[in-house]
Design a protein around this ligand. Structure first.
Ligand SMILES: [Fe+2]
Ligand SMILES: [Fe+2]
Length: 171
């Protein structure tokens, strides 16, 4: 059985993951508006990944005999001044999410909830990758500095990203 504090924290994390999905979907909309189909694709893949994260926490709460309670999702930002500004926001957002996952791990240690701590290991590793990927795109976009030719090249790279469900979520 889940401790009430852990259940509340996991429910808050479901909300944070759906918010993340919504934020990236909003960025996907701006990339579409900019005519950057690659950026639109990249952000849509990220949107799908975040929904899977929410589903993984949802399934875990149910598996532990807890009760999922869904709350309202905040409105995400709608516009950004540039492509690089979107990825800078994505990076800052992922750093914040890493803090949330770490806080969940701290709580599981405090409650001696080993099962939740083990579940969180996947997310801890995932956050390292999330931050590194966003940081990589920020660096590339800073290099091209909104030059049309450079943005075109980066957009081609962003177009190549394909959504693949994480192995743990598929089981
Ligand atoms: Fe996530
Ligand atoms: Fe994320």
């Amino acid at each position: 059985m889940l401790d009430q504090r852990m259940q509340d924290a996991l429910n808050a994390q479901i909300n944070a993951e759906v918010y993340s999905a919504y934020l990236y979907l909003s960025m996907s909309a701006q990339f579409a508006d900019l005519g950057m189909a690659g950026g639109q694709n990249w952000m849509h893949v990220q949107f799908q990944e975040e929904l899977i994260h929410a589903q993984m926490f949802f399934d875990y709460v149910c598996e532990r005999g807890g009760r999922v309670l869904l709350a309202a999702i905040d409105q995400p930002e709608q516009t950004w001044p540039s492509a690089v500004a979107m990825f800078e926001h994505a990076l800052a957002h992922e750093q914040k999410v890493t803090g949330l996952i770490n806080a969940l791990a701290d709580l599981s240690l405090e409650l001696r909830d080993h099962a939740t701590l083990q579940k969180l290991q996947w997310f801890i590793a995932e956050q390292v990758e999330e931050e590194a990927t966003a940081d990589d795109m920020v660096k590339k976009l800073r290099l091209v500095q909104d030059a049309p030719g450079g943005l075109y090249e980066v957009d081609k790279e962003l177009a190549a990203r394909v959504f693949t469900p994480p192995v743990v979520a598929a089981t």
